[in-house]
Design a protein around this ligand. Sequence first.
Ligand SMILES: Nc1nc2c(ncn2[C@@H]2O[C@H](COP(=O)(O)OP(=O)(O)OP(=O)(O)O)[C@@H](O)[C@H]2O)c(=O)[nH]1
Length: 313
Amino acid sequence: MKILVVEDSRYSPASLQHYVEHFGATAVCAANGAAAIELYEQHRPDLILLDLTLPDMDGLALAGRIRAIENGGEWTPIIFLSSTGQDDDIEKGIAAGGDDYLLKPISEIVLGAKIRAMQRLVLMRASLLSLTRKLDAANQELTRISSIDNLTGIVNRRAFDEALSVEWRRARRHSNPVALLMCDIDYFKLYNATFGHQAGDKCLRQIAATISRHSERPSDIVARHGGETFAVILAETTIGGALMVAEKIQQGVRDLDLHHPASPTGQVTLSIGIASAAPGFDNPPDDLVLAAEKALYRAKHEGRDRVCRADAA
Ligand SMILES: Nc1nc2c(ncn2[C@@H]2O[C@H](COP(=O)(O)OP(=O)(O)OP(=O)(O)O)[C@@H](O)[C@H]2O)c(=O)[nH]1
């Protein structure tokens, strides 16, 4: 334990330092406020013993300065040393950010007891801080896990809804369009029936990776929207831009050359519905989803393995 001892050494030569070291702690000594601040910044002690009367500044003011320097969540116990022990002094000391006080001349036994008590608090606080940090990390991991689809590793429907809503509001602020792609694997039921569920899962992972690879901008968000349906949010993208991305994705899937004998093309293909809209105050993001879904439905209806566009309201 490191203790910063701040007192005018002219009046109590080295005795406090002696006591502190007697308790197995390391003493760092300052004879005035300016030196105390410097040593505090340099050593970040575990405890401060602070005389109320210093040659260059008031002990109360120094306590306030130290509290102002501490980082958020940091807290160094301060014990004031008072020669009067008047209620007023004590009250002011605690109000200035102190935690306890000691009456001068200092009793070695009382000092030892207070150091032990503060040490307990410091240890408790450190373990609380470490627990809080672990809890924060666990919470972050939980949030990450709860937004990821287990099978494909891309974001899930819940995170998609959230992301679209955030993007929608951002686009409204900047008067930008938002585009949405709804990509659905053709005849996937038959794929599962032909090759089994495990092969179906593998196919879903490959399609997710291919869609992600061709959604190149950092702001593009690829999500698993449902069983074999994937959604792509494209920020600041018009219907023309969305069409280009959709065609790249389709080509990427064709290039995978996944054998699908039950499909008329003999390959795994995608049908894609695209929509783009400029968010206003009276068109919710659901309208964009609906428009892209309608376009996807048309792509299916018109024979699959194609991109259909719709203009959202
Ligand atoms: N292997 C696997 N299959 C899934 C998963 N989620 C959904 N499916 C299957 O995806 C199939 C989707 O079938 P449908 O909605 O009839 O669509 P489709 O057979 O692709 O036909 P179209 O979309 O009209 O071309 C169903 O058989 C689901 O069981 C999954 O996580 N893994």
